[in-house]
Design a protein around this ligand. Sequence first.
Ligand code: NI
Length: 173
Amino acid sequence: MAQREILTYPDPILKQVSEPVEEINSEVTALIQDMLATMYEAPGIGLAAPQVSELKRVIVLDLDYRAGEERKPIVLVNPEIVSSEGEILFEEACLSVPEYSAEVKRFAKVKVKGLNEKAEEVEIEGEGLLSVALQHEIDHLDGILFVDRLGLVKRDIFKRKFRKSIKNKVEAI
Ligand code: NI
């Protein structure tokens, strides 16, 4: 199990669409273990494979892990939203978009199916934070960041803030 580097905006890999996993072999199992180690260390509540430079449809989540407690992660390979309902506005952040958060409109409830790390079919129903997190991570597999889902005004604020932080970095050298 090894931590991997988390890519950050505007890395072009984050804009790419990930490929479905054809077989959960030892390489995929190792990727899942690395993703979990990386997520817990960050710390974050979810991570998608493209964030660690692997364009494979794999996501991991653990919404309520507390240090010292048993880890109960959700692992989903080839996750797909099979049904959705309602709307929710939720303040989101992302390990690939440091120091920024904004409210995003999502489905209030989703049902997601996929495979777990043992290649068993699983179906997860989520509402609230779980619904948001599932949609956020599946978006990563399609090359979509939460900032891509903001309205024009908020997206403009994000881009200006981002440019300013880059400028500050350059000036600091
Ligand atoms: Ni994210």
